[in-house]
Design a protein around this ligand. Sequence first.
Ligand SMILES: [Zn+2]
Length: 295
Amino acid sequence: MPNPRKVVIAYHAVGGGDCPAIVGSFPISLDRFAAQVTGLRERGWQVGRLSQILEPVDRDTVYLTGDDGTIDWARNVLPWAEREGVPTHTGVITGVWRDEPIFPIAHKVQVMLAVRKSNDLPRPKLTAEQAAYIDKIYAYETDPNRRYLKGACNVLFSYEQAQAFLGTLDYDCLKLLVERFAQPADYNRLTLAEVGVHTVRHNAYDGDAASYYATEILPCLATLMQRCQRVNRVFTLPVKPKDGVSLAPLCETLRRHGFTGMCHNPGEWNQQDFIVCRVDAKDVESFFGLPEWKD
Ligand SMILES: [Zn+2]
């Protein structure tokens, strides 16, 4: 008999329950999430705890992970999962829990694009080459002001450059950002909701493993251990690293500090690599042969 499979699924925003999906996101509905989990269980899959991903399983197992710890995921999915006896993992960004919160660039961008009119958006100064690059990867954004803001902040600028470019947030944006993220109590009140490190700032990995561990990973882990009850040792890498940056030194550093894996890249995990691939929530039906979902 072949070894049982282990498949990790990556979720982001989930709307349609008690809590609306966060502004500017591309959510799936709670109904779809529930249909995926129920459909998988009916086909013989069990749902495992991500903290036990290295342990042997006696049948095919999925692991459910949600990135960023947004309020919609925490308020819609986690209570449902608790009622159904389904373990979950949330990759948490702890900068948002600081007394002076640090908000991730990607979320600031989403909020700003949702609140401001196209003409009121800050415009980055780009070379022709940079503009062409952004035109290619964000082709789906038909409005150039939106496209260049998104591209510059998400793939061109350093964290500091993006912060400076976006400037001080106005009240409407700040309010949405503050309300956007779940709090430790949202996880602690449940018994099946694990949390893990997803960095302090949601900064891309720049290739310097020691400094990234010291500034983005360790302080995040320390906060989680202080404030949360079920903390695992699986790291979720935020944002794709820049082209040519090797992840090997980061994996080695994480392994040395007791981490069991790093979630990154789409696909099915081969159960050997330290890097744990994940199937995206929107690909679950086609990947597992579940009925196509229609909202
Ligand atoms: Zn993330």
